[in-house]
Design a protein around this ligand. Structure first.
Ligand code: TRP
Length: 302
């Protein structure tokens, strides 16, 4: 059984059914996510981009290369590459199509060496190709908020363990704001976010022989105030059974039972330096967007 089928079966067997969010980003999922970033309700990417334009000229000049986790189409990276003119840029992404778009988008700004891999595997691959000069690692768009807190810390330490002294990470965190505003950002009126979420079921149908009827599920975003996160779910509109051939698996749903597909944690700007230090980084600078509370942070490998 392939890994996708194994993970789908394990997730759907839990009492609160869940699916690993990394599978949201196949080629169609990445294209849908690009559409999310331009939704009027989703202010996050515009805040990220405003901050990157503002901070790029203030970045230290000692980085010879730039790497990026989840580069996507590379659009938001342009101001950083223009300011730093790095020798090499290593975009790391699981989507081949996104890496191709990224290569076209940023052609001419650097020697672009795409790495199609998950974050940590990609970092290992980059380390085999890099030189001894300091590297700036970009982790933009608040993807860090998609980890739950224990996994977030494990991830930050795994990344830190692969960084050399002098390397730094520029990392974005979305900040807490009005609940209504947060919910709208994850449940837009045009239904793009719903399509992005439902594509995960469509992908199971396409790749591992699932028979999910997409119309029988509804996208749902809720704010979990205790955990300070938006949770994305797919709610079964009816009682039903779904089978997934390659996972040799049948799965029963009660009416209104949900599959939890993703969380997006929201932060307080003041807690970010603590998170840095707890995981082996020295916080060096922070930039905040006032219009859409969002914080960009420069952390040095301590
Ligand atoms: N990193 C993005 C975020 O947390 C991911 C995201 C945006 C997302 N919208 C989504 C994930 C909808 C799942 C469903 O803001």
């Amino acid at each position: 059984m392939n890994q996708f089928a194994c993970e789908v079966r394990a997730g759907l067997n839990k009492p609160q059914k869940e699916l690993p969010s990394k599978y949201l980003y196949d080629d169609l999922g990445s294209a849908l996510f690009d559409a999310i970033t331009v939704l009027p309700e989703y202010g996050l990417t515009r805040a990220d981009s405003r901050l990157l334009h503002r901070l790029a000229p203030e970045l230290p000049r000692d980085f010879s290369s730039v790497a990026e986790f989840g580069s996507g189409s590379g659009l938001k990276t342009r101001p950083v590459l223009s300011a730093l003119s790095p020798q090499t840029y290593f975009p790391i992404d699981v989507s081949h199509a996104a890496l191709e778009r990224c290569r076209r988008e940023l052609a001419g700004l650097s020697d672009i060496q795409p790495i199609q891999a998950s974050y940590i595997d990609g970092l290992d691959c980059m380390n085999r190709r890099r030189d001894a000069q300091p590297i700036l690692l970009l982790f933009l768009g608040s993807s860090i908020g998609n980890f739950d807190s224990p996994c977030r810390d494990i991830f930050l330490r795994q990344a830190r363990a692969r960084m050399k002294p002098g390397d730094a990470m520029l990392i974005g965190f979305d900040l807490e704001k009005q609940v209504e505003k947060m919910l709208d950002a994850y449940d837009d009126a045009t239904g793009v976010t719903a399509a992005f979420n439902l594509n995960l079921l469509a992908r199971i149908n396409r790749e591992i022989g699932g028979d999910f009827k997409l119309h029988a599920f509804a996208h749902q975003a809720i704010y979990n105030a205790d955990e300070r996160r938006i949770e994305m779910h797919l709610r079964s509109r009816i009682e039903q059974t779904v089978t997934i051939a390659a996972a040799e698996f049948g799965c029963h749903f009660r009416e209104d039972e949900t599959i939890w597909t993703e969380s997006s944690h929201k932060f307080d700007a003041d807690e970010l330096p603590e998170i840095a230090r707890a995981n082996g980084y020295e916080p060096e600078a922070q930039w905040i967007d006032e219009e859409w509370p969002f914080a960009e942070n420069l952390w040095r490998a301590a």
